[in-house]
Design a protein around this ligand. Structure first.
Ligand SMILES: C[S@@+](CC[C@H](N)C(=O)[O-])C[C@H]1O[C@@H](n2cnc3c(N)ncnc32)[C@H](O)[C@@H]1O
Length: 337
């Protein structure tokens, strides 16, 4: 049977120009994770550009396809250009709007963040459990885009950052979102000792509905103001299925990763082995970065030096795209084998 994916356009014209390639890469990764080798190609169907593929679509695969970061519609494609929308089974998405509400300079585009999460997920041992409450870490979370995207997937999210002000804003925003949306929640604060350092951790426990909250089907979002390596030690009791991190671009963020690629390399050499320790077997690390300051091959080498197995070739080599004059963004992925 033939299917067509229609993708939602993105308001940023530059990002929109890269989306056909990114969408194809993400779909190819997802289908491979389900053991489907479908020839993906773009076709013009009645004036619409559609990504088409042929396979036997079962219920699980269909549910997984609904998670694609740029999906507008999944449809069955008939021989004469007919499209039969298959969106009735698409699940409700509580918390999905979270990452789009807060706007600030340096925010990672949430569409790209969802893409990064999916590429990591469908490269990991947790791929078939995509709709279970997995645990995602972002140890350089800024104001929390990745964490909020994770909650929108029904995942537990743990984030850290050196920038206390950014974390305070993420926390204040989330509190007001929960209150405004009348989501039942509890805020817990505790101090975690890491070596000689006391790390203050703020934990939000909430749920997609009051019923889910009462039944204990809760989700936790935890925030800690600390360095990325300290973060991984503080959260080792909550090992990660996925570590998804948009690294400083060397343009406006600094932290100790500084403005130069060499500073970022130094930071990665220090934090990656500790992040690896905090990952579950089969867990995947996804990093996005500015390839002008740090090329993809170097990131993969650093991942390897940290004991992770980087993915290369196929869709993993097609992800580089323009963000702004000084930023050519790329992404790299590695598994804890
Ligand atoms: C590209 S930004 C992340 C933006 C985030 N995804 C968002 O949308 O808000 C990179 C972040 O890394 C943080 N950072 C840099 N070095 C760090 C370190 N050693 N430990 C923890 N965070 C660090 C910076 O403070 C910055 O917030």
């Amino acid at each position: 049977m033939k299917y067509a994916l229609l993708r939602a356009p993105h308001p940023n014209a530059r990002y929109e120009a890269s989306l056909d390639t990114l969408c194809q890469a993400e779909t190819a990764r997802l289908l491979s994770a389900f053991g489907v080798q479908a020839g993906l190609e773009y076709e013009n169907i009645g004036g619409l550009k559609a990504l088409t593929f042929c396979c036997e679509l079962n219920e699980r695969l269909q549910q997984a396809l609904y998670t694609l970061s740029s999906l507008y519609a999944l449809a069955g494609a008939g021989p004469n250009g007919e499209l039969h929308p298959l969106m009735e089974g698409a699940p409700a998405r509580p918390f999905y709007d979270l990452p789009a509400i807060l706007k600030y300079k340096g925010k990672t585009n949430e569409n790209f963040t969802r893409f990064l999460i999916n590429m990591a997920l469908f490269s990991s041992a947790a791929a078939s459990r995509f709709d279970e409450p997995l645990t995602l870490w972002d140890p350089m979370c800024g104001r929390g885009t990745t964490l909020f995207c994770a909650l929108g997937r029904g995942y537990h999210a743990c984030g850290g950052d050196l920038d206390e002000r950014a974390l305070k804003e993420a926390s204040a925003f989330f509190k007001s979102y929960l209150r405004t949306g009348r989501f039942k929640h509890e805020v817990r604060r505790h101090s975690q000792t890491v070596g000689k350092q006391a790390v203050a951790v703020e934990e939000f426990v909430t749920a997609a509905s009051t019923e889910a909250y009462r039944e204990g089907r809760t989700l936790t979002l935890a925030l800690a103001a600390c360095d990325g390596a300290t973060f991984a030690r503080a959260f080792k009791k909550h090992p990660a299925d996925l570590v998804v991190c948009d690294l400083p671009y060397g343009v406006q963020h600094s932290g100790d990763a500084g403005r130069r690629g060499s500073d970022l390399e130094k930071t990665l050499r220090r934090v990656l082995p500790v992040w690896r320790e905090g990952m579950k077997q089969g867990g995947v690390l996804a990093l996005s970065f500015n390839s002008y300051t740090l090329p993809r091959e170097r990131v993969r080498e650093l991942m390897q030096e940290a004991g992770l197995a980087p993915f290369a070739g196929g869709e993993y080599d097609t992800l580089c795209h323009w963000v702004e004059q000084a930023v050519l963004r790329d992404a790299a992925f590695a598994v804890k084998a």
